[in-house]
Design a protein around this ligand. Structure first.
Ligand code: ZN
Length: 435
């Protein structure tokens, strides 16, 4: 009898095991195959409600975010690549809204002079840069940005094709200027071959960058405005960087920076103004009438070259979109790290009311700073529907960090960015580049 009992138990166990296996196969068969799953993460979505999901799962397929689920997620997806993010936070990749990566070798080359002299000193070196120099400098800058969680950068420099070449090697999303030149009659034209070559590249975006503005006539700036509208791309300019720069605008055009924007038509474009330091409160209110106008807030460069930065609280009060930029490494304090810029700006003037440019940054919450570095930066570049937040259908530009709240991210001494994903591809895993 005991033998029979054992045989029955054994048979029942075998049947149960077979059923479980069968059941697993059925479920397994129903699972949807995807490229990547990130599981058990805290998720800063940076969506319109600022939603945070605990123990969340994020599913990526074909470069886009396919699903974002809370802990109730039952695992309807199967991926070859699964990242266990337990104990970590995932958030959208950071966006650098103003850079010159082609000059990255000039790190801290001149921290002693103000804007005009600094420009003279750096341009003396830059005029000897070859295409290969710009390529190597771009690699230097792009690698640094990726390691600091930046997945998109908006650049302004010469030899942009070399920057694209470097960007593609590292897999970062780039926005670069389309070269412009004058034809034999002196009329401006874009580099059509360059434009055609990259216009369908999903990781390459364009801007038009008349720089310096004083090299062009008012009519030529109107041409830039028209061409950017025709191509549906933003204009990227330096403006209102300090009183000496304003003086140059006045001497060349007999106009203030704001009047120049209005009379050239640039103000009606999708426009990214880097610096925007010297605008008065009234001028900021006027800029706010133009919903396509954004600024790139570049605090370290501004303090190094101009002893002050943009009145960011006033821009935010007036609902003007502001992203965070670094400028080049020659003026940014030697870094292309967006979080470093935020930390500097958020701390520097919490009690400097004795200074005329005092900004009460206590009014700017850590969440707002991070919003500027992600979705607002994307909006500034005209890419708000594509990147900048973690939402279904957006491109999968994602970073994994070991920080659990916005305060630590903004004020903390160091943030470990362990993984960086651009367009659904893991380009840094466990702090090691996959490229
Ligand atoms: Zn700049």
């Amino acid at each position: 009898m005991p033998n029979l009992k054992l045989k029955v138990i054994s048979l029942v166990c075998t049947l149960l095991a077979l059923s479980a296996l069968l059941l697993w196969r059925v479920v397994d068969g129903n699972k949807t195959k995807v490229d990547l799953i990130i599981k058990d993460a805290k998720i800063f979505t940076m969506n319109s409600t600022g939603e945070i999901i605990n123990n969340g799962w994020l599913v990526v397929d074909n470069g886009t975010i396919r699903a974002i689920e809370s802990e109730k997620f039952c695992g309807n997806y199967q991926a070859d690549e699964v990242i266990d993010a337990q104990g970590k936070t995932i958030m959208p990749g950071l966006i650098n809204t103003h850079s010159h990566v082609g000059m990255s070798s000039l790190r801290n080359v001149d921290n002693s002079h103000k804007l005009q002299e600094w420009l003279k000193n750096t341009s003396e070196i830059e005029k000897n840069f070859s295409e290969e120099d710009v390529y190597n400098n771009s690699k230097l800058g792009i690698e640094e940005m990726l390691r600091n969680g930046i997945t998109t950068f908006n650049d302004m420099y010469f030899f942009p094709e070399q920057t694209i070449k470097a960007a593609k090697e590292f897999g970062i999303r780039a926005m670069v200027r389309i070269p412009t030149m004058r034809d034999e009659t002196g009329n401006l034209e874009i580099d059509q071959l360059f434009y055609e070559k990259y216009k369908h590249d999903s990781l390459v975006n364009f801007n038009l960058a008349p720089n310096p503005l004083t090299e062009y006539s008012l009519d030529e700036l109107r041409w830039f405005s028209g061409k950017a509208k025709e191509l549906n791309i933003p204009i990227h300019i330096h403006l209102a960087e300090d009183p000496s720069a304003d003086q140059e605008i006045l001497q060349t055009f007999n106009l203030s920076p704001l009047e120049l924007l209005k009379q050239s038509g640039l103000i009606s474009n999708k426009l990214i103004i880097a610096h925007a330091i010297t605008f008065s409160e009234t001028e900021i209110q006027e800029l706010a009438q133009y919903p396509n106008v954004s600024i790139s807030f570049n605090p370290k460069s501004n303090y190094l070259l101009s002893d002050r930065t943009a009145p960011i609280d006033k821009f935010l009060e007036n609902d003007i979109t502001a992203g965070v930029g670094t400028d080049g490494t020659a003026s940014s304090g030697g870094t292309l790290d967006v979080l470093d810029q935020i930390k500097f700006a958020s701390l520097i003037s919490r009690c400097n009311s004795i200074l005329e440019f005092c900004i009460d940054r206590r009014q700017i919450s850590p969440y707002t700073w991070i919003k500027m570095a992600t979705i607002d930066g994307a909006e500034a570049l005209g890419l708000g529907k594509v990147i900048g937040s973690l939402e279904i259908g957006k491109q999968a530009d994602i970073i994994l960090i070991d920080t659990k709240n916005y305060d630590d991210l903004v004020y903390g001494s160091s943030v470990n960015i362990t993984d960086v994903i651009v367009d659904g591809k893991v380009v840094i895993h466990d702090q090691i580049s996959t490229k």
